[in-house]
Design a protein around this ligand. Structure first.
Ligand code: PEP
Length: 248
């Protein structure tokens, strides 16, 4: 049985004041959340603050990214071991904004994934196709390429404690959501790709959907067999919407 996970990716949003209000809003409504794990991923600079605010709650903490390097002369980078020191459980890697705005390659994402695993953190590996790739019927080829880069670098065993988020690029922040059927098809493909190498790992791994998930569409998406929760961007910035998704 895979426990659903709903994780909020706050991206480049917030201030000390708004982050505090958001956490207190989420905490105030946690009593209605049942059987679903909840996590929030603030910007690095707020990790310590949010960690304090989450004390005594069951909400997990995650980072939005990490360096592909362990340490050294890499100005501006934050390592997985530093993230670990701040009480995080999860680290998002390969988010489409990192891949497409900052040009992160599959191999670079795979190196980050390995850093996260090496530091006993759980990677949330994002995969997903652009609209153009979908229209050219390249969806499965793109997802396979993104997964294979990590499999090649770290092996199937590394997925034993990892999460995958299927995030079609055309659905992120656009208000367009994949239909439950479209999302399920790709989730099933991801699981089958892993099953080729290890049936047990493929059966246990949680695969989240991300891309304009909101309270109105979350229920139908989460009912699909291979959708084990959500990675939520915009809607995670409003406590009520975020909680409504976790209870969907
Ligand atoms: C995301 O960026 O991970 C995401 C799913 O964003 P949104 O929910 O805003 O589409």
């Amino acid at each position: 049985m895979r426990q659903p996970l709903v994780a909020g990716n706050w991206k480049l949003n917030g201030s000390l004041e708004s982050v505090s209000a958001l956490v207190s809003g989420i905490r105030a409504q946690m009593s209605i959340v049942r059987d679903t794990e909840v996590a929030v991923c603030p910007p690095f600079i707020y990790l310590q603050h949010v960690r304090q605010l989450l004390k005594g709650s069951e909400i997990s903490l995650g980072a939005q990214d990490c360096s592909d390097q362990a340490e050294g002369a890499y100005t501006g980078e934050v390592s997985a071991s530093m993230i670990r020191e701040f009480g995080c459980t999860y680290v998002i890697v390969g988010h489409s904004e990192r891949r497409h705005i900052y040009g992160e390659s599959d191999a670079f994402v795979a190196a980050k994934f390995a850093q996260v695993r090496d530091n006993n953190l759980i990677p949330i590996l994002c995969v997903g196709e652009t609209l153009e790739e979908r229209e050219q019927e390249q969806t499965e080829a793109v997802i396979a390429r993104q997964l294979d880069a990590v499999l090649k670098h770290s092996g199937i065993g590394a997925f034993g404690n990892a999460i995958i988020a299927y995030e079609p690029v055309w659905a992120i922040g656009t208000g367009k959501t994949a239909t439950p059927g479209q999302a399920q098809q790709v989730h099933a493909f991801v699981r089958s790709r892993l099953k080729e190498q290890d049936e047990r790992v493929s059966g246990l791994i949680r695969i989240l959907y991300g891309g304009s998930m909101k309270p109105e569409n979350a229920g139908a998406l989460m009912q699909e067999e291979d959708i084990d929760g959500g990675l939520i961007g915009g809607a995670s910035l409003k406590a009520e919407d975020f909680i409504a998704i976790t209870t969907a």
